[in-house]
Every structure is written in C-alpha cells, then in structure tokens.
Design a protein around this ligand. Structure first.
Ligand SMILES: Nc1ncnc2c1ncn2[C@@H]1O[C@H](COP(=O)(O)OP(=O)(O)O)[C@@H](O)[C@H]1O
Ligand SMILES: [Mg+2]
Length: 1012
C-alpha cells in the first residue's frame, strides 16, 4: 500500500481484481467520485502496483492544459518515443514525431478544439501511428493507459485515443481513468466500444471517520480533539480533501469550538465559492428553511416546520428540496452537500443567528436541545438559561456523553450573571470534570487553572489541586503529579476526605516511583483518613490499595479487604463526577486475578469495567484498561486480540493526549510482537516506550519494557544479552520488596539465561525462591515455570530422572494454567531432556506438541527451537545404528584422534580400528573423517554419550504425570470459583484453538467476553 494512502483497501482490491480478470483483452476501468475524495491517490497507487507486471503509459491532464492540442498524448507517449519511432512506417513516424515535438512540422494540428474530430489526413495518419504504437507495446506486455482527470483531456488527444479504442479488439490494453462524478458519460466513448464485462466504474465514497482521523494524524501538526474531528467529519461528509482544508482553517483559530456550537467549521475560500454560488441562487423560502436546518444539530422536519412561520412551512421545505439543497430521510432533513450547512450558517449575521436559534429553541422538544438553542439565542447573561444548561449537562453526562455535557456547562459559565463568582467557579469545575472524562485533558486543565486563580489558599483549593494532579499523571507524568498531590494533601489539612483522596493517589505515585514500602504506608494512612471522614467510597478505594500493595509484597490475596472494598464501593452509588480514580476496587481485583493466573475471571471483570467506561464515554480510563487487557490476552495466547487491544490503547492514548499512558500500551504491543518473533518491531516499540517511561517517570513500567527486551534476547538465544537485561530487574524487584512471584514474569527467562551461561548456583537459588513462593501462595504459573526451570537445571547436572520428574510436575500445573505459550516452553524443555536421555519417540512427541503450539500461536522463533531439536533426533537415529564399540571409536575420531591413537586408547589393533571405521562410514553414509566429526559432534553431546554407555532406562520407569493439583496450598478460596481453569493440557490445544481469536473489533471481543 502507498505509504500516504489511508483506507481504500476494498476499492483497491476490487480494481485489481477487475484488472487481472480482464487483462487479456481491451478493458476500461474508471475511478469516479467528488473532487478531493481521493481518486488521484487511488489511481496512483494502482498505477504503481500495475507497473510491476504491465507497461504503463500515464498522464495527468489539467484544466489549464486543455486548450493545448495533444498535450496529453505527448505526456502519454513521451517516454516511449525513442522506442516506438523506429518501428513505425515512415509517414506515421513523421506524424507521431511532429506531435511529440509539439508541432514543429508544418502546423499539422489546430489548437482549435472544434476541428479536433474533423477527419483530416494528418490526424488520421497520427491516429494510425498511435494505434500501431499501442499494438506494438501491448504485444510485448499488457499495456495500461492511465489518465487521471480524463475530463481535462485536450480534445485532439481524446479524439486520437477514442480512434484507437475503437480499433483495439484482442490486445491486452486497459484504460485506467479517473473522472469527476458529475460526468455521466464514460470518457473516450469506451462504454460504446467495450463489452459490459470489460468495463467497470468504481465510485469512491466517503472515507470512514477512522480513516479521516488517520489522515489528520499523518498530515497535520496538531490533531484536533475528538469532538472537533466528529464535527469536521460531518461537515465534510468523509471527503479527505475538504476535511484537511477545513481542519487547517480551523486550527488557525485560537480557540477550538465547543461541542454545542452548531457549525463552527470554517469553509476555506477555495471550497466555499462553489457553495456560495449555489446558495445565492436560492429562493427566500428555501434559504429560510436552509438556515433553520443549518442551525439544528438534529434537524427533524417536525421541528423545522414548527420553527418556520406558520402556514408556509410545507411549501418552504418542498421548495428547499426542489432547489436541491435539502433532502428528506424519513423525518430528518439533510443537506445534499455537507458544506452547504457551513456556508448557510456562516453567511448569517449574529442577530440573524440568534433569531433562528430563538425559533428553534421554542420549537425544540428535547430539553438539551432547547437549552442549547436558547443559549445561542441569548445576547446577555441569563441565570434562567444557565440553570437549564446545568440540567442539560447533567442529562448529557448521564446518557454517556460527557463531551456534550462539557459544552453545555461551558455555555452555562458564559451565561452566568456578572458577580456570581461562586456559581462561575462551580460551573467551571464541573465543565473541567466533563472535559476530563471525555478525554479533553488540555481544556480540563485550563478550566481548573482558572478556578484555582480565583480560589484563596485553604481547603477550597484542595479539590482543585487533586484534579490538577490527576490531569498531570494522565498528561505529563508522575513526578509533577506527585508534587501536586502533596500540595493537595497540605491544603486539605484537616479536611479528612480530601486528605484521604490525596494520600490514596500519593500511594499510587510511590508505587509508580518503584517505592513499594512507602506506597503501602501511604495507602494505610489514606485508609485512616478515609475512615475518619466516614466516606464509604473513600474507605473502599483505600482498602483496595492496601490489598493491592499487600499482594505485591507477597502477602497473598486479601479477599477480606477486596470484598469489603467492592461492597462499600457498590453501596456508595454512582461515582460523583469530580472523582476520577485510576484504580477502583473492581479494577484492583481484576488486576490481582489476572496476576494470579485466573485469566477468565480477570477478563470478565476487566470487560465489565471497560464497558462501563465506554457507556459513560470515559475515554480517559481506556488506555490503562486496554494495556491490562492486552497483556492478559497475550498470556492467554490470544495474540490477535492482544495486538488489537494494544493498538486501540495506543490510539486512544494518542487521541486524548495521554503521554504517560502511551508507554504502557507500547509495552503491551511490544510484548505481543516479541512473542510473534517480530524482533526488530518489538525492539523499536520497546525503545520508544523506554524513552517515554523515562520522561514520565514510571519505574514498574520500565521494568516491564526491559523484560520484553530480555525475552527477545532469550528468544534468539542471546543469553548474555538476556541476562544483562534481566539481572538488574531481578535485583531491583528483590530490593524493592516485590515478593509476589506472579508479577515477576521475567524470572524464568533470567533463570534460563543464567543456566545457559553456566551460572548454575544463582539459577538454582532463584528457582528455589520462585517455587517456594509459588507453593506458599498457590500460584500455578510460578509453580509450573519453577518446575520447568528445575528440570532444566537437573538436566544440566546429568540428573535425567530428576529432570523428567520435574517436567511432569510442571505439566501437571499446566493443566490448570490457561497459558499455552508457557505450556509450549515446558514441552520443549521436556522434549530436549527426553532427547538427550535417548527416549526418542517420547521426545519426538513432546517436541512435536511444543512445535504445534508455537506454530498455532505464531511464535516462529520458538517453533524454530523445537524444530532444531526434532532434527537432532533424526540425526541421532542414524547414529543409533552404531554398536557400542563403533560409537566409542566414532567419538574418539570426532575428537580428532588418529587410528593409531584410537587403537592404543581401546587396546585393539590399528587394523581392527580401520575395519570399524569402514563400518561407521557405511552406516552413517559419511565420506570423510571431517564429515563424521561434524555429524557426530552436532548429534551427540559428550554428556549424552556418557549416559548412553550407562544402563538403559525405559519410558515406563518414569513417574506418571500427576493428575491434579488438589494438594496445592490455596488461600484464594473466598474469591470465587477457582476451578474455572479445568483444561487438561492434552486438550488445551483444541481449547485455545476454539477461542474466538481473529481480527475483531474491541467491542465485539468484549461482547463475547460478556457471553462467557
Ligand atoms: N485515501 C487517502 N489517504 C490519505 N490521504 C488522502 C486519501 N484520499 C485523499 N487524500 C488527501 O486528499 C487530497 C485529495 O486527494 P486526491 O486524490 O487528489 O482527490 P481527487 O483526485 O479525488 O480530487 C490528497 O492530496 C490527500 O491529501
Ligand atoms: Mg485528482
């Protein structure tokens, strides 16, 4: 896809499919659509793609060149001039040459368009020459004649091309044209000469809102906030060119419009001229209706009629429909072109607009609409209308439209009577809260600053500072947020409620700074303040934090605290608009469940929370949720979904300018891409995330990002790099008091790296720690991966029995762990150990299962590891044909010994050695000692050889996998049903295969989660 081209995949596929289906014979395809809809962009893309397999002659005629005869033909054939002139018969060559030279021969062609089609001999000769050219070129490769804006072809060129098109019968020549919508006739008369199935029009319709936003992102320096984008989209009807022009004009204004202002979209002069001409021709009745419709956000015919002067309304609306500016869609009236609305509204004087809004306000049936119109009709402050707007704002917020609520609230500020300082402050803060929820953090901050400016020091400032600090952590990062929370705590002084709130956030800020002990202290302090304030919601939030930090410190899940927190939170009713917590009790529980391997339960909770945020229009909390969601789905092996959530998170974080949230979503994306083996991609994402973590001050997130880099290094067998990334994380988490095993997901990777580097003691001690904590807390992930690490280390010690027993233990934990990638890794380790122990058939089984899992998930780097192991078994099999003596001899030869040295080492004659060597060569099919050494070294590591010479074990001697984990110590019984992970690892393949993965929208994913 063209790097600048956004969307249009469907249309391009249709075009390419048509072109390849019709490429054997003359065909024509026209891309049509309004000006600026993107015809040229698509045309260019298709031309570029087609030029890989076809010869393309192209031109882009312009209106200004239309009077110049043959300018288009000159552009089309200019490039191939040298090539074609030599093959043309002389008279035709002269004619074509003269045309290409721009008429240096004796003025053969008039610039007068009227005679372009007059049959003159010269023109005939030229046309024949061009036809010869097209035929000659198309004999070598399919030929495409590509004309952008065919309506501007100069008539003589068009005449020649038309002449040719009538004479092409079986040549592979495709005309690829673009032209404006208004022209109904197919250019060059192609519809008259080509059979219908060789002719196609592809009309480019409006782009989607998402694509238009994407275009803004790629073309504009500042991206307008979402509500402005929505209005731009509506005003420009999905036309990218209009949308860009209008956005640029709009961004030049110092203040962006509010959601409630009707048509603030300025139409750039170049575009509006056309519309203005149209509007000028309207009859007074049609114009009156047009203005009413233009001023309405939801123009229903009933309301417009009521707002029109009595009696004439029917006729007036009919007139506007007849004049072609308005069309009826059921009860709704719409402009035939979206820009008409901007022009009609823009041409009214202020007094006229007020009058129109007055009429609409009187006719409105909906209270939000009425308040909005009356506000725009008012020419001075009016407490009555301001009160209506307060009510309208509450109404809008309760239907999940904080954007609209913010707009009404801002109107209310404007209409507040002079001197009512308290009222202004109150409305300002409420408007700030609505903006915050809608994700417009910048406006929210401006309003809070203005409220702070009018507030004296003392407790009044505390709630404002709390809001400001919250905005900082969403927008600027943690250090500034923490500092502001401290100020808020100081200002709150004896006001326990505000103190509790500030202390809760300070607890979170300390956690983000990597200081868990202090975070825990603040959380406990906040609980005390909240209890003093006797505010159930505050108590609930403090309890949730205390529980979370206890969990992280390794003190297990505290269902007593979490349940109480949730119950209290629920009893406190709807959250007040002024409280904007990042972590509420339900989310805290969801996150804890996620860490504790209870992915299904966690998924349900996060989904509920996500839906709630969507329903309330709370953009601001989405990135944090999406990051957790994405990580969860990555662990669960649903990588398409994980990627989708991460991308959506990045998008929302960008759109709502939440810089500190971006690294979290980048991390989630890097994590899934790392699992997918997209090394470069994942590294770049991680690098960007690290830089942002640094700027915004987030220590735990930095560790997560670094852990992805460590995992990547491990995936490509760069153990040294893996260790140098992961070792500091292991030290920091130990030093920071992070004793919960399930939050140090990087630990098994570090252990594997250490083992590979020969640092066995440290690896063993970390493994012991992981397993001990896993056991005391009942964490299956820790137990499964811990046992896997133990297996690895036992194998290194040559304790095959112990290693295989540990594998079986790990697999029994996997039965209740819905993490297929981890299962794959354990099977890989088991397969490796079995292979080394020479249990070939079971090794092949384990490795094939691992390979199947990695392939199914799409983890190529890990699939390669499994494949490499499998190929070693194949080689081993050939080595297996050797007798014990032959094996010893082969081993010594592989070590570089001569026959004599081998003979003396084995107390046999040199002749005997020679005979054995001959047999070894035959059995292994090798022809030299070097080849033998290479094969042998690759296949059988010396420690494996040693094991082969010892007594043979059989598969039956190995311990059977444990059937259940009933004997696991559990302390999570009160938190709901823990038996949801009932999948047997042998069937887990099919289970997660059946999981509805694939590319679906986030909402659809969530719907299916609800149905779980
Ligand atoms: N699909 C698209 N992706 C990105 N930008 C687009 C797209 N379509 C149109 N544009 C923008 O709109 C402008 C006008 O598009 P263009 O292809 O010239 O329209 P047309 O040829 O239909 O008049 C382009 O310069 C580009 O900035
Ligand atoms: Mg164009």
């Amino acid at each position: 896809m063209d790097p600048g081209l956004i969307g249009r995949g469907g249309e391009i596929n249709a075009i390419c499919a048509f072109m390849s289906a019709t490429s054997g014979a003359p065909a024509a395809l026209a891309i049509t659509g309004d000006i600026g809809i993107g015809k040229t962009m698509v045309w260019r893309h298709v031309v570029r793609t087609a030029s890989r397999s076809s010869r393309v002659l192209s031109c882009q005629p312009a209106l200004s060149e239309r009077p110049l005869s043959f300018s288009a033909l000159h552009d089309l054939l200019g490039e191939v001039a040298v090539e074609i002139l030599s093959v043309l018969p002389s008279s035709r060559r002269t004619a074509v040459q003269a045309m290409l030279l721009g008429g240096t021969s004796s003025r053969p062609y008039s610039t007068d368009c009227s005679d372009a089609f007059r049959p003159s001999r010269e023109r005939q000769v030229l046309a024949r020459g061009v036809l010869d050219t097209l035929q000659a070129l198309s004999a070598e490769a399919p030929l495409i004649i590509a004309v952008d804006d065919a309506q501007w072809l100069d008539r003589p060129s068009a005449g020649v091309l038309e002449f040719c098109s009538r004479r092409l019968h079986s040549e592979p020549v495709t005309f690829l044209l673009t032209f404006r919508e208004e022209s109904q006739v197919f250019p060059l008369g192609l519809d008259r000469v080509l059979p219908p199935d060789q002719l196609r029009r592809v009309r480019l319709g409006p782009l989607s809102p998402g694509s238009i936003s994407e275009i803004f992102r790629s073309r504009l320096e500042t991206i307008p906030p979402r509500h402005v984008r929505t209005r731009l989209y509506e005003a420009c009807g999905g036309n990218p060119f209009y949308a860009l022009e209008c956005a640029r004009a709009l961004l030049e204004h110092p203040h962006l419009p509010l959601a409630s202002e009707p048509i603030p979209i300025p139409v750039p002069r170049s575009l509006s001229d056309l519309m203005r001409r149209r509007v000028r021709q309207l009859t007074p009745n049609a114009r009156r209706v047009g203005r009413l419709v233009a001023a309405s956000s939801n123009p229903r015919e009933r309301i417009i009629r009521a707002a029109c002067d009595e009696g004439e309304s029917w006729a007036a609306i009919d007139q506007a429909v007849d004049d072609g500016i308005i069309e009826r869609q059921g009860d709704v009236l719409r402009f035939t072109h979206p820009l008409l609305r901007s022009v009609l509204y823009g041409e009214m004087r202020l007094s006229e607009r007020r009058k129109v809004h007055q009429l609409l306000g009187a006719a409105a049936e909906d209270m939000e609409e009425r308040a909005g119109h009356l506000a725009l009709a008012a020419d001075r402050p009016n407490e009555n209308i301001a009160g209506m707007l307060d009510e309208a704002a509450r109404h809008a917020a309760s239907r999940g439209a904080p954007e609209d609520a913010a707009a009404s609230q801002e109107q209310a500020i404007r209409l507040t009577t002079v001197g009512q300082l308290e009222k202004v402050r109150e409305r300002t803060v409420r408007a700030a809260d609505y903006h915050f929820r809608a994700g417009d953090l910048t406006r929210s901050r401006e309003l809070i600053h203005s409220a702070l400016a009018s507030s004296p020091p003392g407790p009044l400032r505390a709630p404002l500072l709390l809001r400001l600090a919250t905005i900082h952590y969403h927008q600027n990062g943690w250090p500034l947020a923490e500092q502001t929370f401290r100020e808020a705590a100081q200002e709150a002084s004896k006001d326990c409620a505000h103190r509790a709130h500030a202390e809760q956030e300070l607890a979170f800020a300390r956690l983000v700074a990597g200081d868990l002990p202090s975070a825990s202290r603040w959380a406990k302090l906040s609980l005390r303040s909240a209890e003093r304030a006797a505010d159930p919601r505050l108590v609930a939030h403090s309890l949730a934090r205390v529980a979370l930090f206890e969990f992280l410190k390794g003190n297990g899940i505290r269902p007593d605290l979490l349940e109480r927190a949730e119950a209290l939170d629920a009893s406190a009713g709807e959250e007040p608009i002024g409280r904007l917590p990042m972590l509420d009790p339900s989310l805290a529980t969801g996150v804890v469940l996620k860490w504790c391997d209870r992915l299904d339960e966690a998924r349900r909770r996060l989904a509920d929370r996500y839906r709630q945020s969507l329903d309330r229009g709370e953009e601001v909390s989405l990135p944090f949720l999406l990051y957790h969601f994405s990580e969860l789905e990555c662990w669960a092996g649903n990588w398409d979904t994980a990627e989708e959530y991460a991308l959506e998170g990045c998008r929302v974080a960008d759109e709502s300018h939440q810089l500190p949230m971006r690294p979290a979503t980048l991390y989630a994306l890097a994590l899934v891409r790392a699992h997918r083996g997209l090394v470069q991609d994942a590294r770049e994402l991680a690098t960007e995330a690290l830089a942002l973590c640094d700027r915004t001050g987030n220590v735990p997130l930095t560790s997560l990002v670094v852990s992805v880099l460590g995992f990547l290094a491990l995936s490509v067998n760069d153990y040294q790099a893996a260790h140098s990334r992961l070792a500091p994380l292991a030290e920091a988490s130990a030093a920071g008091g992070l004793r919960e095993p399930s939050v140090v997901k990087f630990l098994p990777n570090e252990i594997e790296a250490l083992a590979a580097l020969g640092e066995v003691d440290l690896a063993r001690s970390l493994t012991r720690q992981l397993e001990e904590r896993g056991k005391s807390l009942g964490r299956r992930w820790a137990l499964a991966t811990g046992a896997r690490c133990r297996a690895h280390l036992a194998a290194l010690d040559g304790d095959q029995q112990g290693a295989l027993a540990a594998c079986e233990q790990a697999l029994s934990y996997h039965q209740h762990l819905p993490m297929p990638f981890e299962l794959g890794r354990t099977l890989l380790v088991r397969g490796m150990i079995e292979r080394r122990a020479r249990y070939k058939s079971v090794a092949r089984d384990s490795l094939s299962q691992a390979l199947g899992i990695f392939e199914h998930l799409g983890a190529p780097l890990w699939a390669d590891k499994a494949r490499r192991e499998l190929s070693k078994i194949a080689l081993q099999t050939s080595v297996d044909g050797l007798t014990c003596t032959e094996l010893r001899i082969a081993d010594l030869i592989a070590q570089g010994q001569t026959n004599r040295e081998v003979a003396s080492a084995m107390f046999v004659t040199e002749n005997t050695v020679q005979t054995h060597v001959r047999h070894i060569f035959q059995k292994l099919g090798v022809r030299s000692r070097t080849e033998l050494a290479a094969r042998f070294r690759f296949t059988v590591a010396s420690e494996t050889l040693a094991s082969r010479f010892s007594a043979k074990q059989t598969w039956a001697d190995l311990p059977a996998p444990r059937a259940s984990v009933e004997d696991l110590p559990m302390n999570i019984t009160d938190l709901g049903d823990s038996s949801t992970c009932t999948r047997n690892y042998a069937h887990s393949h099919d289970l997660y295969k059946a999981h509805p993965g694939g590319r679906r929208s986030v909402k659809r994913n969530l719907r299916s989660t609800k149905e779980l």
